[in-house]
Design a protein around this ligand. Structure first.
Ligand SMILES: Cc1cc2nc3c(=O)[nH]c(=O)nc-3n(C[C@H](O)[C@H](O)[C@H](O)COP(=O)(O)O)c2cc1C
Ligand SMILES: Nc1ncnc2c1ncn2[C@@H]1O[C@H](COP(=O)(O)OP(=O)(O)O)[C@@H](O)[C@H]1O
Length: 309
């Protein structure tokens, strides 16, 4: 990942460039990247480069309207690489860049920095000051600058995949809908912290991951997986998202994962990725610990069935 113009190698060969926010790197984004990869073979370009913006333009221009992001810029870069791009240019976005005309963006980024031979973007892609640039503008600009342009339709059947759609699914707890749009389960990543030390007493120790600035599924109970970054192991889990309303006292919102059939894990300080496969139920404020524990046993049985373990 290049994070400034200076980091882009000066001896870059001709490239195929794809541009977008790519938040979540959903199936629509993956489709655009696949087309860019094919275009690279067609025109004989050496590399596919994805240009994305960091921070998200809306976070700079209208922070009060900025939605919660699905991915960090590092997460986006990793997912884009897995989808087939060779390099990511995370263009530092500020008010100065926001003021660039479409022509300035083309000349500075696509041609000047990245030596584009072809540009592949979503058909609805808009860019430059006041979003004045679109695919038609790119086609015209490319004609005099030796690059071709392809606008790729982002529809995946009946549903047009979008980051907004994924956020709406997550806010409703519909993690299977989110997974369908993403082409993989939605996940959160973090380092396991200590909690109230209650889990072990209840018979269900839970690895607690604090909720950060990124989107998180609605409060509730889910079946999913906990992947340890240190060993790479993926372990089946029953996951709770919320503030543990059964117990009094102010608490932060947390993602807590109980790994099925294990009680001897040492996860404090370990980076984990918790992914959400299916929603089991909403968060409940139980009258007592007994009712909670009985329901957790039921959650675990259902998680086992969902995950087929
Ligand atoms: C499968 C599962 C379901 C849960 N459901 C609820 C719930 O409905 N209501 C609630 O208050 N807490 C729920 N919890 C959270 C527990 O209250 C929490 O894990 C326990 O208090 C341990 O907290 P600690 O990790 O801070 O020690 C659930 C946890 C798991 C793993
Ligand atoms: N099956 C398991 N699932 C999750 N964490 C486990 C499991 N077995 C042991 N652990 C360990 O126990 C810790 C959670 O225990 P718990 O009593 O809930 O304490 P805390 O309140 O600090 O989270 C986890 O962070 C992990 O290190």
């Amino acid at each position: 990942m290049w994070r400034s113009f200076e980091e882009i190698p000066g001896d870059l060969g001709r490239t195929v460039v794809t541009v977008g926010n790519f938040d979540g790197v959903h199936l629509g984004h993956q489709h655009v990247v696949r087309r860019a990869r094919e275009a690279a073979d067609e025109v004989g370009a050496e590399q596919v480069v994805a240009v994305t913006f960091d921070p998200h333009p809306i976070a700079v221009l209208r922070p009060e309207h900025a939605p919660q992001a699905l991915t960090t810029v590092e997460g986006r870069a990793r997912l884009l690489a897995a989808s087939g791009v060779d390099a990511v240019f995370a263009l530092p976005f500020d008010r100065d860049v926001a003021g660039w005309s479409p022509e300035e963006f083309v000349d500075r980024v696509l041609v000047g920095a990245l030596r584009a031979r072809a540009v592949v973007v979503g058909a609805n892609f808009r860019f430059g000051h006041r979003a004045a640039g679109d695919v038609a503008f790119l086609v015209e600009a490319g004609a005099t600058r030796d690059f071709t342009v392809e606008g790729v339709a982002l529809d995946g059947g009946p549903q047009v995949w979008s980051s907004t759609y994924v956020r709406t699914c997550l806010a409703a707890g519909d993690v299977s809908g989110a997974a369908e749009a993403l082409g993989r389960p939605f996940s959160v990543t973090g380092v396991v912290v200590r909690g109230e030390r209650r889990g072990r007493e209840l018979g269900y120790p839970t690895a607690n991951v604090p909720v950060g600035p990124l989107a998180t599924p609605a409060d509730g109970v889910y079946a999913g997986w906990l992947r340890r970054a240190d060993t790479g192991e993926s372990l089946p889990a029953a996951i709770s998202v919320g503030t543990n309303p059964t117990f009094d006292g102010e608490r932060d919102r947390r993602v807590e994962a109980y790994v099925l059939d294990a009680s001897d894990l040492e996860l404090y300080g370990v980076e984990v990725e918790v992914s959400f496969v299916e929603r089991l139920r909403g968060m409940v404020r139980f009258d007592g610990v007994e009712a909670l524990v009985a329901t957790m046993a039921d959650d675990v049985a259902r998680a086992r069935a969902v995950l087929e373990v």
